[in-house]
Every structure is written in structure tokens, then in C-alpha cells.
Write a new protein. Structure first.
Length: 149
């Protein structure tokens, strides 16, 4: 029988194959402190693909597309599993979209998008490793520059 490092959940979302070091950043995106149901977080678990991985399980919650898009920027190898009645009913890998709107702030303090009521817009010029370019000031950002809104 398969042994689980972190116990199975009945209903909810499992974010698996997170790069261990990014696990708590993903937890922040999902705002787990404000959850009312069970949340399980595992870091440095053994993984076939990544060597070590992080995992987050949130009881009773189906994560939404905006959260998935944010997670993709921080943990590009993550897999999302939706669980119903102990079964995995949906499984997909996160994907970085071609254009990111209203999720990431431009890193350039002088950019017009940081001074007016403009929704930030960034073009994804490389997905892994992530590289973004601001639509307004054309500043290029790497993963270390990403400021999630
Ligand atoms: N899981 C869970 N509760 C369940 C069912 C599954 O927490 N009731 C978790 C498992 O622990 C695993 C993930 O959801 O982390 C995906 O489950 P499953 O597809 O059964 O595992 P694997 O085959 O190992 O997935 P993958 O191929 O994506 O590595």
C-alpha cells in the first residue's frame, strides 16, 4: 500500500510538486491563515522528479484560476489536484499565461502603472525561468523581481 507523507484529504485542493523553497510563498498566495478548514503543508518531502518537494493541501476549497496563475509564477512545476470524496477528480499542471494582468506589479518605481489607476500588464517573454516585460515601461523582470499584488 502506498504510504502518504501528509495524510489524504476528503475534499479540497492539493498543490503538489512545489519547489521546496517556494512552498511558503505558495501558502501566502493561498492565504492559508484565513482558511477555516484543515490545511496541511509539507516541505522537503521526497519526490521522484524534483528530489525534494513541497505540498499544500487545503480542505474544502477549490482553488481559482487567478491563484493558479500566481502559483505558476512562483512554482512552475506545481501540479494541482482537485479531490472529491477522497478521489482525485481533476489533475493539471500550472501554466504561465502569455500575458499577466493585475497579478504582478511592475518592478520599476517610476512606471506609469505604479502612479496611476492602471491595471499592471506584463508580457511573458520566457516561461521557465520566468522573464516578464512591462507593457508600459518595457522594464524586464526576473523571478526575484516579481512582486505579487
Ligand atoms: N491526495 C490527497 N488526498 C486524496 C487523494 C490524493 O491528499 N484523497 C494527494 C496525494 O497525496 C498526492 C496528490 O493528491 O500528493 C495526487 O494524488 P495521486 O494522483 O493519487 O498521486 P500521484 O499518482 O503520486 O500523483 P502524481 O502523478 O501527480 O505525482
Amino acid at each position: 500500500m502506498k504510504q502518504l507523507d501528509v495524510s489524504a484529504i476528503k475534499d479540497g485542493s492539493v498543490i503538489d510538486h512545489i519547489d521546496s523553497k517556494s512552498t511558503l510563498k505558495v501558502a501566502d498566495i493561498l492565504n492559508i491563515q484565513n482558511e477555516e478548514q484543515m490545511v496541511l503543508v509539507g516541505i522537503n518531502l521526497t519526490s521522484k522528479f524534483l528530489g525534494k518537494k513541497g505540498i499544500i493541501k487545503i480542505g474544502g476549497k477549490i482553488i481559482d484560476q487567478k491563484e493558479v496563475n500566481k502559483i505558476a509564477l512562483i512554482a512552475p512545476d506545481a501540479t494541482v489536484n482537485i479531490i472529491k470524496d477522497y478521489e482525485v477528480v481533476k489533475k493539471f499542471k500550472v501554466a504561465v499565461p502569455d500575458v499577466i494582468e493585475g497579478i504582478v506589479k511592475c518592478f520599476n518605481p517610476n512606471c506609469v502603472s505604479n502612479h496611476h489607476k492602471i491595471t499592471p500588464k506584463l508580457h511573458v517573454i520566457n516561461k521557465n525561468p520566468i522573464k516578464l516585460q512591462c507593457h508600459y515601461c518595457e522594464r524586464i523582470m526576473n523571478s526575484k523581481d516579481i512582486l505579487l499584488i
